[in-house]
Design a binder for this molecule. Structure first.
Ligand SMILES: [Mg+2]
Length: 221
Protein backbone atom coordinates (compact mmCIF):
# COMPACT_ATOMS: atom_id res chain seq x y z
CA UNK A 1 0.00 0.00 0.00
CA UNK A 2 1.39 3.37 -0.94
CA UNK A 3 1.40 5.90 1.86
CA UNK A 4 2.07 8.98 -0.27
CA UNK A 5 0.04 12.03 0.54
CA UNK A 6 -1.85 14.17 -1.97
CA UNK A 7 -0.10 17.07 -3.68
CA UNK A 8 -0.28 20.40 -1.87
CA UNK A 9 -2.52 21.77 -4.65
CA UNK A 10 -4.90 18.83 -4.17
CA UNK A 11 -4.92 19.32 -0.41
CA UNK A 12 -5.68 22.99 -0.90
CA UNK A 13 -8.65 22.21 -3.16
CA UNK A 14 -9.90 19.66 -0.62
CA UNK A 15 -9.63 22.22 2.18
CA UNK A 16 -11.97 24.53 0.26
CA UNK A 17 -14.74 21.94 -0.08
CA UNK A 18 -17.99 22.69 1.66
CA UNK A 19 -19.55 19.30 2.20
CA UNK A 20 -22.84 18.83 4.02
CA UNK A 21 -21.81 16.44 6.78
CA UNK A 22 -25.40 15.30 7.28
CA UNK A 23 -25.53 13.77 3.77
CA UNK A 24 -23.76 10.85 2.08
CA UNK A 25 -20.93 11.55 -0.32
CA UNK A 26 -20.45 10.31 -3.89
CA UNK A 27 -16.90 10.79 -5.16
CA UNK A 28 -16.84 10.30 -8.89
CA UNK A 29 -13.99 10.04 -11.38
CA UNK A 30 -14.32 12.02 -14.62
CA UNK A 31 -12.44 10.39 -17.55
CA UNK A 32 -14.33 7.37 -18.87
CA UNK A 33 -16.89 7.68 -16.06
CA UNK A 34 -18.75 10.90 -16.87
CA UNK A 35 -16.74 12.20 -19.86
CA UNK A 36 -15.59 10.33 -22.97
CA UNK A 37 -11.82 10.65 -22.57
CA UNK A 38 -10.98 7.84 -25.01
CA UNK A 39 -13.27 9.14 -27.76
CA UNK A 40 -11.72 12.60 -27.43
CA UNK A 41 -8.22 11.15 -27.41
CA UNK A 42 -9.03 9.11 -30.52
CA UNK A 43 -10.24 12.27 -32.29
CA UNK A 44 -6.92 13.88 -31.47
CA UNK A 45 -4.92 10.83 -32.53
CA UNK A 46 -6.76 10.55 -35.83
CA UNK A 47 -5.83 14.13 -36.73
CA UNK A 48 -2.20 13.19 -36.09
CA UNK A 49 -2.13 10.01 -38.18
CA UNK A 50 -2.17 7.88 -35.05
CA UNK A 51 -4.62 5.39 -33.55
CA UNK A 52 -5.29 3.69 -30.25
CA UNK A 53 -5.01 -0.09 -30.37
CA UNK A 54 -7.20 -1.61 -27.61
CA UNK A 55 -4.80 -4.54 -27.29
CA UNK A 56 -4.53 -4.21 -23.52
CA UNK A 57 -5.82 -2.02 -20.69
CA UNK A 58 -3.16 0.66 -21.15
CA UNK A 59 -2.35 3.71 -23.21
CA UNK A 60 1.44 3.32 -23.10
CA UNK A 61 2.45 1.10 -26.01
CA UNK A 62 -1.02 1.12 -27.57
CA UNK A 63 -0.82 4.45 -29.38
CA UNK A 64 0.43 3.54 -32.84
CA UNK A 65 1.27 5.15 -36.14
CA UNK A 66 -1.46 4.47 -38.70
CA UNK A 67 1.04 3.95 -41.45
CA UNK A 68 3.71 1.75 -39.88
CA UNK A 69 1.69 0.19 -37.06
CA UNK A 70 4.59 0.90 -34.71
CA UNK A 71 4.04 2.14 -31.16
CA UNK A 72 4.71 5.73 -30.21
CA UNK A 73 7.42 5.81 -27.53
CA UNK A 74 6.58 7.04 -24.05
CA UNK A 75 8.44 10.33 -24.41
CA UNK A 76 6.49 11.27 -27.53
CA UNK A 77 3.28 10.03 -25.95
CA UNK A 78 3.77 12.47 -23.08
CA UNK A 79 3.92 15.32 -25.60
CA UNK A 80 0.79 14.04 -27.33
CA UNK A 81 -1.03 14.02 -23.98
CA UNK A 82 -0.04 17.63 -23.41
CA UNK A 83 -1.24 18.60 -26.90
CA UNK A 84 -4.41 16.58 -26.47
CA UNK A 85 -5.25 18.34 -23.21
CA UNK A 86 -4.66 21.72 -24.84
CA UNK A 87 -6.88 20.91 -27.81
CA UNK A 88 -9.61 18.66 -26.41
CA UNK A 89 -9.79 18.89 -22.59
CA UNK A 90 -12.49 21.55 -22.68
CA UNK A 91 -14.80 19.74 -25.07
CA UNK A 92 -15.05 16.07 -24.20
CA UNK A 93 -18.49 14.50 -24.71
CA UNK A 94 -20.58 13.37 -21.75
CA UNK A 95 -21.17 9.69 -21.08
CA UNK A 96 -24.82 8.81 -21.50
CA UNK A 97 -26.90 9.14 -18.35
CA UNK A 98 -24.08 10.48 -16.15
CA UNK A 99 -25.41 14.01 -15.72
CA UNK A 100 -28.96 12.82 -15.04
CA UNK A 101 -27.80 10.26 -12.47
CA UNK A 102 -25.57 12.72 -10.64
CA UNK A 103 -28.27 15.41 -10.70
CA UNK A 104 -30.71 12.96 -9.17
CA UNK A 105 -28.20 11.88 -6.50
CA UNK A 106 -27.18 15.46 -5.74
CA UNK A 107 -30.54 16.19 -4.10
CA UNK A 108 -29.74 14.12 -1.02
CA UNK A 109 -26.03 13.59 -1.49
CA UNK A 110 -22.78 15.52 -1.75
CA UNK A 111 -21.42 14.95 -5.26
CA UNK A 112 -17.73 15.57 -5.86
CA UNK A 113 -15.49 14.91 -8.88
CA UNK A 114 -11.98 13.53 -8.23
CA UNK A 115 -10.00 13.56 -11.45
CA UNK A 116 -6.36 12.82 -12.22
CA UNK A 117 -5.34 15.86 -14.20
CA UNK A 118 -2.52 18.40 -14.30
CA UNK A 119 -3.69 21.39 -12.31
CA UNK A 120 -3.52 23.82 -15.22
CA UNK A 121 -6.36 22.00 -17.02
CA UNK A 122 -8.71 22.08 -14.04
CA UNK A 123 -10.58 25.23 -15.15
CA UNK A 124 -11.23 23.72 -18.60
CA UNK A 125 -12.46 20.55 -16.97
CA UNK A 126 -14.78 22.44 -14.66
CA UNK A 127 -16.19 24.35 -17.66
CA UNK A 128 -16.55 21.14 -19.70
CA UNK A 129 -18.48 19.46 -16.87
CA UNK A 130 -20.59 22.56 -16.38
CA UNK A 131 -21.49 22.56 -20.10
CA UNK A 132 -22.85 19.05 -19.65
CA UNK A 133 -24.90 19.87 -16.56
CA UNK A 134 -22.41 18.61 -13.97
CA UNK A 135 -21.61 21.71 -11.88
CA UNK A 136 -19.93 19.87 -9.00
CA UNK A 137 -16.71 20.63 -7.14
CA UNK A 138 -13.69 19.25 -9.02
CA UNK A 139 -10.55 18.09 -7.22
CA UNK A 140 -7.49 17.63 -9.46
CA UNK A 141 -5.32 14.79 -8.18
CA UNK A 142 -2.22 13.00 -9.37
CA UNK A 143 -1.22 9.42 -8.64
CA UNK A 144 -3.18 6.98 -6.48
CA UNK A 145 -6.54 8.28 -5.26
CA UNK A 146 -6.64 6.63 -1.84
CA UNK A 147 -4.75 9.42 -0.01
CA UNK A 148 -7.04 12.11 -1.47
CA UNK A 149 -10.22 10.17 -0.66
CA UNK A 150 -8.94 9.50 2.86
CA UNK A 151 -8.40 13.23 3.36
CA UNK A 152 -11.83 14.10 1.94
CA UNK A 153 -13.53 11.39 4.01
CA UNK A 154 -11.90 12.35 7.31
CA UNK A 155 -14.64 12.92 9.85
CA UNK A 156 -17.45 12.30 7.37
CA UNK A 157 -19.91 10.04 9.21
CA UNK A 158 -22.33 9.39 6.34
CA UNK A 159 -21.82 6.64 3.72
CA UNK A 160 -19.31 7.29 0.94
CA UNK A 161 -19.29 5.83 -2.59
CA UNK A 162 -16.30 6.05 -4.94
CA UNK A 163 -16.72 5.46 -8.68
CA UNK A 164 -13.77 4.95 -11.06
CA UNK A 165 -12.75 2.94 -14.13
CA UNK A 166 -9.13 2.28 -13.13
CA UNK A 167 -8.55 -0.81 -10.94
CA UNK A 168 -5.43 0.67 -9.28
CA UNK A 169 -7.34 3.72 -8.09
CA UNK A 170 -10.21 1.59 -6.76
CA UNK A 171 -7.66 -0.60 -4.97
CA UNK A 172 -5.89 2.45 -3.55
CA UNK A 173 -9.15 3.84 -2.16
CA UNK A 174 -10.08 0.43 -0.77
CA UNK A 175 -6.69 0.17 0.96
CA UNK A 176 -6.88 3.63 2.52
CA UNK A 177 -10.62 3.76 3.22
CA UNK A 178 -12.03 0.29 3.86
CA UNK A 179 -15.51 1.66 4.64
CA UNK A 180 -15.94 3.38 1.27
CA UNK A 181 -18.18 1.55 -1.22
CA UNK A 182 -16.32 0.98 -4.49
CA UNK A 183 -18.02 1.01 -7.90
CA UNK A 184 -16.07 -0.10 -10.97
CA UNK A 185 -17.49 1.77 -13.97
CA UNK A 186 -16.16 0.43 -17.25
CA UNK A 187 -18.17 1.40 -20.30
CA UNK A 188 -15.70 0.78 -23.14
CA UNK A 189 -15.81 -2.94 -23.75
CA UNK A 190 -12.79 -2.79 -26.06
CA UNK A 191 -10.72 -2.13 -22.94
CA UNK A 192 -13.05 -3.61 -20.33
CA UNK A 193 -12.56 -7.08 -21.80
CA UNK A 194 -8.97 -7.00 -20.55
CA UNK A 195 -9.94 -6.29 -16.94
CA UNK A 196 -11.17 -9.29 -14.96
CA UNK A 197 -13.83 -8.74 -12.28
CA UNK A 198 -12.41 -7.10 -9.14
CA UNK A 199 -13.35 -8.92 -5.94
CA UNK A 200 -13.11 -5.79 -3.80
CA UNK A 201 -15.81 -3.71 -5.52
CA UNK A 202 -19.51 -3.68 -4.76
CA UNK A 203 -20.52 -3.28 -8.41
CA UNK A 204 -19.05 -3.40 -11.88
CA UNK A 205 -21.23 -1.71 -14.44
CA UNK A 206 -20.98 -0.34 -17.97
CA UNK A 207 -23.86 2.13 -17.75
CA UNK A 208 -25.25 4.85 -15.49
CA UNK A 209 -28.73 3.42 -15.16
CA UNK A 210 -27.38 0.38 -13.28
CA UNK A 211 -24.78 2.46 -11.43
CA UNK A 212 -27.38 4.98 -10.28
CA UNK A 213 -29.74 2.26 -9.01
CA UNK A 214 -26.87 0.59 -7.14
CA UNK A 215 -25.71 3.82 -5.49
CA UNK A 216 -29.30 4.59 -4.50
CA UNK A 217 -29.56 1.15 -2.91
CA UNK A 218 -26.23 1.55 -1.09
CA UNK A 219 -27.18 4.93 0.30
CA UNK A 220 -30.69 4.00 1.34
CA UNK A 221 -29.70 0.65 2.81
MG1 LIG B 1 -11.06 7.50 -15.33
Amino acid sequence: MTTCKPLDSTLQQISQLQLDSSKPLVICDVDEVVLHFIAGFERYLSRNELWLDPASFALNGNVKYKESGESVDNEELRQHFADFFEQEAHRLDAIEGAAQALASLAGDTNVLMLTNLPDQYRPARIANLDDHGMPYPVIANQGPKGPAVKTIARGHQQPIVFVDDIPNYLRSVGDHCPDVHLVHFMQDERFGRHVPPLDYVSLRADNWSETHAHIDALLSG
